[in-house]
Design a protein around this ligand. Sequence first.
Ligand SMILES: CC(C)(COP(=O)(O)OP(=O)(O)OC[C@H]1O[C@@H](n2cnc3c(N)ncnc32)[C@H](O)[C@@H]1OP(=O)(O)O)[C@@H](O)C(=O)NCCC(=O)NCCS
Length: 194
Amino acid sequence: MLALPPPVEVTLRDGRNCLIRPAAPEDFVGLFELERAIVRARHGVVKHEDELPGDVASYADVQVRAGLAATDGSACQLVAELEGRVVGEASILRLRFRMVNHVGVLGIGVLPGAQGLGIGRAMIEHLLAWARSHRDADGGGVRKVELGVRADNLKAVELYRALGFVVEGTRRGLVRADDGTFVDSLSMALFIPR
Ligand SMILES: CC(C)(COP(=O)(O)OP(=O)(O)OC[C@H]1O[C@@H](n2cnc3c(N)ncnc32)[C@H](O)[C@@H]1OP(=O)(O)O)[C@@H](O)C(=O)NCCC(=O)NCCS
């Protein structure tokens, strides 16, 4: 049983050390600001800034209601902390019902100024290690990790492929991009062998 993974320190491409650890309630301010910064940068996103929760309390409410703050193994949310600041977030949120709760949905975001340093890869590797080792009380656990990614988000698609995810399907024209064109979304997945 590993309900949440232990913290780990990783050395980034620029030589700095970054702490990857489970998210805690005191991270809500940092996570709120992180999501805003990523959405403002307009790369790889499927939301507009005015669609985000307006303040930290509503943000925290959305996160808790979504189940991301759970510590019972139904979710795992990590933050990357660099020089005291939350610069990345990655999570696996398992589907709710027993027939499908071996499937977890992955979400990830890294602060624009901290991208390309290895934080995204390190967070996913840590999440996958948790998925491989976590066991529910009945012996179950995560057997498949799924995600959706804009087909024009080449960097993210490349990262997922490098970690073993494969494209299972294409949701054609799912996203209306800022220029009004319609962009496909790729459904990618990775099986977790036992
Ligand atoms: C996608 C994202 C999470 C990746 O995180 P990151 O910290 O920037 O990525 P990393 O530095 O760990 O790079 C990981 C891999 O990405 C790929 N990559 C990085 N920069 C790249 C580039 N300029 N072009 C192509 N691939 C690139 C490489 O495969 C790299 O592998 P490597 O470790 O062997 O070099 C991050 O860029 C991000 O948050 N983007 C905006 C929001 C977003 O797209 N979220 C995902 C939605 S599905």
